[in-house]
Write a protein that binds this ligand. Structure first.
Ligand code: LLP
Length: 419
């Protein structure tokens, strides 16, 4: 059942709870998440992996709200983290440290130490120099760091250049040609224990092609490295599966994995432990952001619908010109006249827009919902213009829970000192 639907009174509901009621109670801008939708997205992966030795590590950068992490931790997921801060958050939400993997090109020694002391499952190492530093830190602590090396398979994910990561010429991973040498080095260092191999080719991938290409190249590499006497117990295939924002038709996770697992099976590698790091596909369409229409402005060249959510709350349009559907919280009558608006926020930048050229039948004081706001919105939000971060509600089993209070302005400047 879809979580988002209009009821008999034309009111938008999330899992049966009225969005307008929540906005009245908690104010706007307000993020509303659906636990049921998150679990449905997770189930698509779980179905794909039925009978396999697989661990789904939620890439928590997509949404790191504690209650969201808690949902995934309770469902048995691990977490893909990229900082010591994300490690603390994951542990605070009840994550099993053994199911945490640590990605990222720039890990600090202090973060390596923190992760070793927590006992995380694996470091996804992204360079030769990182191998040396991690080895030193582990030796100092008298332990071994479990590692995999992130290999750049050099395939084109055919996505936005800012979120494509698997091609030559970007900062991520070790080049395919250098992977064997890097593993030989890792195997020789006393503070490291090789536990797997890793890749991630990009984000918002909507076709199976790039995944299949990357899978072939990675499996070739696994065979090559193992033929040199270095076993790779797990295979981490990264995240990146896209969602529907407008009219994209990404493969369903279970269909995609059926194809990918067939490739692994064909090479006799289907029973290796599999890890994945999905972010967006688990939470993106499980969240909306509700905003109030402050003013309608009819300027010479354009009509503007000025709302109380802005680029600080929802940075994807400003950063990537990303498209998010915007719908009225009270559905308009079928015959209502619509006007074309740019939906913009109050922040003092021309880049502060949420949607362009949207046909809307709205009035001052109406509520709008920005859809597909569960991934890379709150987690990328800022307090620019001294705007406190939005409140967040999670709907679980038909009940609304306030899982993050609206940030007060005094909390924003609490860490500051006057001269
Ligand atoms: N693993 C690694 C190593 C990653 O760098 C990422 C995302 C993921 C997993 C999760 O990818 P996903 O399944 O969410 O596509 N802020 C951008 C997306 C940046 C993605 C960064 N890396 C956006 O809003 O589109």
């Amino acid at each position: 059942a879809p979580s988002l639907a209009y009821d008999a009174n034309n009111q938008l509901c999330v899992d049966g709870v009225s969005v307008a009621d929540l906005a009245r109670e908690h104010g706007t801008p307000l993020f509303i998440y659906s636990k049921a939708t998150m679990l449905r997205a997770l189930q698509a992966y779980q179905q794909g992996f039925a009978g396999r030795n697989a661990l789904i590590c939620f890439a928590m950068k997509a949404n790191s709200t504690l209650a969201v992490l808690q949902v995934f931790a309770q469902a048995g997921c691990g977490f893909d983290i990229v900082s010591g801060g994300e490690l603390e958050r994951a542990l605070a939400a009840g994550a099993d440290p053994a199911r945490i993997i640590f990605s990222g090109v720039g890990k600090k020694r202090s973060e390596m130490r923190q992760a070793l002391q927590a006992g995380i499952g694996c470091f996804n190492v992204e360079s030769i120099n990182e191998l040396h530093v991690l080895n030193e830190v582990a030796v100092e602590l008298g332990c071994q760091a479990p590692i995999s090396i992130r290999v750049n398979p050099n395939v084109d994910a055919r996505t936005h250049p800012y979120i494509s990561t698997g091609l030559k010429g970007n900062k991520f991973g070790v080049a395919h040609e250098e992977a064997l040498g890097a593993y030989q080095l890792a195997a020789s260092l006393p503070g490291l224990q090789v536990v797997g191999i890793d890749c991630h080719i990009g984000s918002q991938i909507t076709q199976p092609g790039p995944y299949l290409d990357a899978m072939q190249r990675m499996l070739d590499l696994v065979q090559l490295i193992e033929s040199h006497g270095i076993p790779l117990p797990h295979f981490d295939f990264g995240g990146g599966l896209g969602i529907t924002y407008a009219d994209e038709t990404p493969p369903a996770a279970n269909d995609l994995w059926k194809e990918l697992l067939a490739e692994m099976d064909a090479r006799g590698m289907g029973d290796r432990q599999l890890l994945i790091e999905p972010g967006r596909s688990l939470v993106g369409n499980a969240g909306i952001c509700v905003a109030e229409v402050l003013f309608l402005k009819h300027a010479e060249a354009k009509n503007f619908c000025i709302v109380d959510a802005a680029m600080n709350d929802l940075p994807r349009p400003a950063m990537y010109e990303a498209y998010h559907q915007i719908v009225p919280v009270k559905q308009a009558q079928a015959d209502a006249a619509a006007t074309t608006y740019d939906v913009v926020g109050p922040v003092c930048e021309s880049g502060d827009w949420l949607g362009r050229d949207r046909a809307l039948s709205v009035q001052q004081g109406d509520l709008l919902a920005v859809l597909s706001a569960g991934a890379y919105c709150m987690s990328m939000s800022s307090t620019y213009n001294s705007r406190g971060r939005a409140a967040e509600v999670l709907i679980a089993d038909g009940k609304a829970h306030l899982v993050a209070e609206r940030e007060t302005v005094s909390a924003i400047y609490a860490r500051e000192r006057l001269l």
